[in-house]
Structure formats: C-alpha cells, structure tokens
Design a protein around this ligand. Structure first.
Ligand SMILES: [Zn+2]
Length: 78
C-alpha cells in the first residue's frame, strides 16, 4: 500500500517592501543631517524653530546670534 501524500505547499504572503516616503529625509537646518522628526526638523532644530532662531525653511533668523545666545542661556539652567 502506498500513500499519496501531497506535499504541503504554503503560500506565504510577500510583504511589499517598496514603500517610499516622500518629503525631506534630512533636517532642514543648515549643515544638519539628522532625521527630521517634526516639521522637517530634527528634535534640536525644531526647538530652534519654536524659539524663532530659524525659519520654517531652515534659514537663520536675522538676529540669530542674539537669539541663539539667549536660547543657549535659557537652556543652561542648572
Ligand atoms: Zn537638525
């Protein structure tokens, strides 16, 4: 007697791995190559943006030096 065993064929679902994310892949701020987290900025530069140090395009504000100075001071509360 012979048993005819069908080989088990499993159809595994292939998960497509071609999801392309549009938009910037780098933080917009000058010379920053971190991954953007919020509003196309990395965490650090999003803080800058919120503080008015840089525009939403990542350009420095007109009085960046002054703002940055105060920004850094306000951060260094220890
Ligand atoms: Zn950044």
């Amino acid at each position: 007697m012979s048993e005819n065993k069908k080989p088990e064929v499993k159809h595994e679902k292939q998960v497509p791995n071609n999801v392309i994310q549009l938009g910037p892949t780098k933080c917009l701020a000058e010379s920053c190559s971190k991954k953007p987290v919020k509003a196309s900025f990395c965490d650090e530069h999003f803080e800058w943006f919120k503080a008015g140090l840089i525009t939403k395009e990542g350009a420095k504000a007109a009085d960046f030096e002054k703002k940055h100075y105060h920004f850094m001071r306000s951060k260094k509360v220890a």
